[in-house]
Design a protein around this ligand. Structure first.
Ligand code: ATP
Ligand code: MG
Length: 416
């Protein structure tokens, strides 16, 4: 019996002109990392696809599944790998069509690439078509819009045959769009926002503000679990944690109740921007969605945004909660995000938060404490944890030296 291999298909990459090979190479690297613990043979580019083979010769459904979750993969087909022998690839076509589920009509679509094979595509279509017609006498051959297409791909000395494929997450390979710092809480929204910019090719560096030492560190653990849950997509290489509890207490004593949240958020965004400069990231990302909660009105978004000059991306701004929850299910963060834990947001919450902040009041609150010193101090006490799942993540040189002393505070179980 022929070996089984996966063919990963991509479409957007194909549109990128001379960047194409950079994109393909990144996708190959990312697939290798994702499948590192699987029974992996080789991963390489062949004729507009990425070929993934298994060491044992047979790629499993689980491997195909993992491939489908890697950004940049539009579709995955579990193909039969045959030689140029006609009997062998016709037999594979019969097996592939048997696996295609319910159908009434089909056609054969042959393609050749970099091959001196004696048969041309029309001849291959005819040859394989005849065998399939004999094997499936009650099915119709339909040239326009058939239920199933049996693909026969001749590349150099091999023939790949498949009739069905599963949908992938699409997007672009992580590592092709630069770096972003994402503000990550353990709620539903920000893990989804992180995944979404990651799916567009960005390497994501989450930063989480915890209520420590005024609250337990549960939210930090949960955020670590969320980063691990995102492992199949390979979007996160390192997460930073900022213990924010003491500073929040200071803010809560200094500013009017109704402006506490806006003030916390301004500090958080300013610290995130400082981290972005250290990391060489070009934008910040939040999980905000317009009008979802009091802090997400246009007035309040403007009041918070004012403290940074870097672009702030809000991939969920137009999404409904239901859509966000469905996406969280799909990417594997829903269950983790359903656990309600204390983080810095639940700490010192005002009874009536401002929904339409006036700038003069926001500025007065901001100037009532030494915000610059606070931001410096928070950047100094940042901790981090690494995840070995994102090949495009490169730690900044400056922080590597600087953090060898600071990081041990967060040397928890890094195994993922
Ligand atoms: P989420 O579901 O992501 O927690 P939310 O609906 O609770 O969002 P807010 O609490 O207003 O909304 O938070 C808005 C955004 O601010 C979040 O999506 C996230 O990007 C950022 N954010 C909130 N809390 C934190 C935190 N503790 N650490 C880092 N970023 C945070
Ligand atoms: Mg939240």
């Amino acid at each position: 019996m022929s070996d089984r291999v996966c063919l990963a298909h991509y479409h957007e990459i194909g549109l990128k002109g001379k960047n194409r090979s950079t994109f393909e190479n990144q996708l190959v690297t990312n697939l290798r990392r994702t499948l590192r613990d699987a029974d992996l043979g080789e991963v390489r580019r062949i004729s507009g696809h990425i070929l993934v083979s298994a060491a044992s010769g047979r790629v499993s459904e689980e491997m195909a599944d993992a491939i489908s979750r890697v950004p940049g993969v539009a579709r995955v087909s579990l193909a039969y790998l045959c030689g140029l022998d006609q009997v062998e690839y016709c037999k594979a076509a019969v097996s592939a069509l048997h696996e295609a589920g319910e159908f009434r009509s089909f056609k054969v679509h042959a393609r050749r690439s970099a091959t001196a094979y004696e048969l041309h595509t029309l001849e291959i279509n005819q040859l394989v078509g005849e065998v399939l017609c004999n094997e499936f006498p009650d099915k119709k051959v339909e040239m326009h819009d058939p239920d199933v297409v049996v693909y026969v791909l001749v590349v150099q000395g091999n023939v790949y045959v498949y009739a069905s494929s599963q949908v992938g997450v699409g997007g672009l390979p992580v590592g092709t769009a630069g770096k972003v710092v994402t503000l990550l809480s353990s709620g539903f929204d920000s893990p989804v926002a992180t995944w979404m910019v990651g799916r567009r090719g960005a390497t994501c560096v989450p930063i989480h503000f915890s209520g420590r030492p005024m609250t337990a560190d549960t939210s930090e653990w949960l955020c670590q679990d969320i980063c691990r849950a995102l492992r199949p997509s390979g979007v996160v290489g390192r997460m930073y944690v900022v213990p924010f509890g003491e500073r929040q207490r200071e803010i809560s004593l200094a500013v009017p109740q109704s402006l506490r949240i806006i003030t916390y958020r301004r500090v958080m965004l300013a610290v995130a921007e400082r981290l972005a400069h250290i990391e060489g990231a070009k934008a910040l990302v939040t999980g905000e969605s317009l009008g979802q909660v009091a802090s997400q009105t246009l007035d309040n978004i403007a009041a918070v945004n004012e403290v940074v000059s870097m672009p702030v991306l809000r991939p969920l701004i137009g999404s409904d909660k239901q859509e966000i929850m469905r996406r969280a299910q799909q990417i594997g963060t829903h269950e983790l995000s359903s656990q309600s834990v204390e983080d810095c947001c639940t700490l010192f919450m005002p009874r009536r938060p401002e929904t339409h902040a006036r700038m003069e009041a926001v500025h007065a609150a901001w100037n009532s404490f030494d915000h610059d010193a606070m931001i410096d101090q928070l950047v100094e006490t940042m901790e981090y944890v690494d995840f070995d799942q994102c090949p495009s993540y490169r730690p900044p040189k400056s922080i590597r030296a600087y953090h060898t002393e600071l990081a041990p505070a967060f040397t928890r179980d890094n195994a993922d």
